[in-house]
Design a binder for this molecule. Structure first.
Ligand code: AMP
Ligand code: ZN
Length: 116
């Protein structure tokens, strides 16, 4: 079986697995985290399967920039831009990455704890 077929986020992108989608365009999708750690806890993923930041290349510069800007748009739409929010990208074991399909966490709606 191809890796993409086993990947939960690829299956969410393909709408083979249900999720609460809050944004979608041709190259990215945002949906609610199933185990929310904050009143607003969304995940923004590229539609293509990329494991993590290490697997991104120069060809992905535009995608990464558009994803960062989309996070701020989504934060505004969810009413947390003014109160503030945290954007988290976990990479690998020590980064605490569990799902090996690149994603940004967008957390807000209340103070969000962090190690930094
Ligand atoms: P990470 O530790 O950065 O890999 O975080 C993965 C996140 O994906 C966790 O916060 C999980 O709660 C979330 N997650 C796992 N499966 C699903 C799913 N089916 N739908 C939505 N969020 C999920
Ligand atoms: Zn994937």
């Amino acid at each position: 079986m191809k890796k993409e077929e086993e990947c939960i986020f690829c299956n969410i992108v393909a709408k083979k697995v249900d999720s609460a989608i809050v944004f979608e365009n041709e190259e990215m999708m945002a949906f609610k985290d199933i185990r929310a750690k904050a009143p607003v806890h969304l995940l923004l993923v590229p539609k293509k399967h990329v494991v993590d930041l290490n697997a991104m290349t120069e060809a992905d510069e535009g995608l990464l920039g558009r994803m960062m800007l989309q996070l701020s748009t989504i934060a505004k739409e969810h009413g947390i831009a003014e109160s503030g929010y945290k954007v988290v990208n976990n990479i690998g074991n020590d980064g605490g990455q569990i799902i090996h399909h690149f994603h940004f966490h967008l957390l807000g709606g209340a103070p969000v704890q962090s190690v930094v």
